[in-house]
Ligand binder design. Structure first.
Ligand SMILES: [Mg+2]
Length: 126
């Protein structure tokens, strides 16, 4: 585990990009390699940046988190997904579970919850 964990943050809210960066500040083992505002940009950046983990918002314009999770599972099965959902997304969360997404955080999240989810999702392996 000499390599840093590569994280891509996907959310249409810049506030969440900032919140994730703040939560992981000073954590030398994790590198935020990029941010995306929707699933379409996410898929482009996954191909370019090869992240280990994507934090994925559910409700986004252009391509939502559910659709994105489905494409990631099909085209990039090695990329782990942590869904960051707001309250009220329960139906979408259930559908994401059916696509194999096992890790969810509810916004707003605590820094410790995010760090724990990152290490838990990696420990499960591919
Ligand atoms: Mg959103």
């Amino acid at each position: 585990m000499g390599e840093k964990i590569r994280l891509l943050v996907v959310d249409d809210s810049p506030f969440i990009h900032k919140a994730v960066k703040k939560a992981l500040a000073g954590n030398d083992g994790i590198e935020i390699v990029g941010t995306a505002e929707n699933g379409r940009i996410c898929l482009d950046l996954v191909a370019q940046l090869s992240p280990d983990i994507v934090t994925l918002d559910v409700t986004m314009p252009v391509m939502d988190g559910l659709e994105t999770a489905e494409v990631l599972a099909a085209q990039h099965p090695g990329v782990r997904v942590i869904m960051l959902s707001a309250m009220g997304d329960e139906d979408l969360v259930q559908r994401a579970r059916n696509l194999g997404v096992s890790h969810f955080l509810t916004k707003p999240f605590e820094a410790t919850q995010l760090r724990r989810a990152i290490f838990d999702v990696l420990r499960e392996g591919v």
